[in-house]
Design a protein around this ligand. Sequence first.
Ligand code: FAD
Length: 127
Amino acid sequence: MGKLGNETAKAELGRAAWKLFHTTMARFPDKPSVDESKALKDYIHLFARLYPCGECASHFQQILKKYPPQVSSRSSAAAWACFVHNEVNISKGKPVFDCANIGDWYDCGCAEEEKESMAKHGSQSER
Ligand code: FAD
């Protein structure tokens, strides 16, 4: 890649990453255990630290310092993720996304039972 980078690849990476990020929040339990909340918080911090675009990673880490992850429930995590994505949108001069219906926006395509079993599996693996 040249010195100017590749804006198209960066934007594609961004769209894919945001999709995963928001879908992860949409699948997070409504009533998470302490361990599940900790896992999400760790995941968010590692996502920010390891994000492949270095400039984006340091920008996002600054945003996390200002607006720490909200991991007490699915709705608070989803609303928080929408808010911090808007912080990135604003910094790039993009329109602000309406977070009011964020709960219906991201669908993993998986069955409800699978979501439940994922939550259970998480607590089983603690034993
Ligand atoms: P994107 O912002 O990628 O959004 C994809 C889709 O998500 C939109 O089409 C819309 O349907 C939906 N969406 C938009 N806003 C929200 C929201 N608030 N909540 C939920 N869904 C929403 N690029 C840079 O140039 N500089 C940076 O510093 C930078 N930092 C980034 C940090 C992170 C953590 C990530 C994941 C990406 C970053 N990017 C950065 C990439 C940038 O945010 C965009 O992904 C990229 O510019 C493509 O933009 P887009 O307009 O296609 O939509």
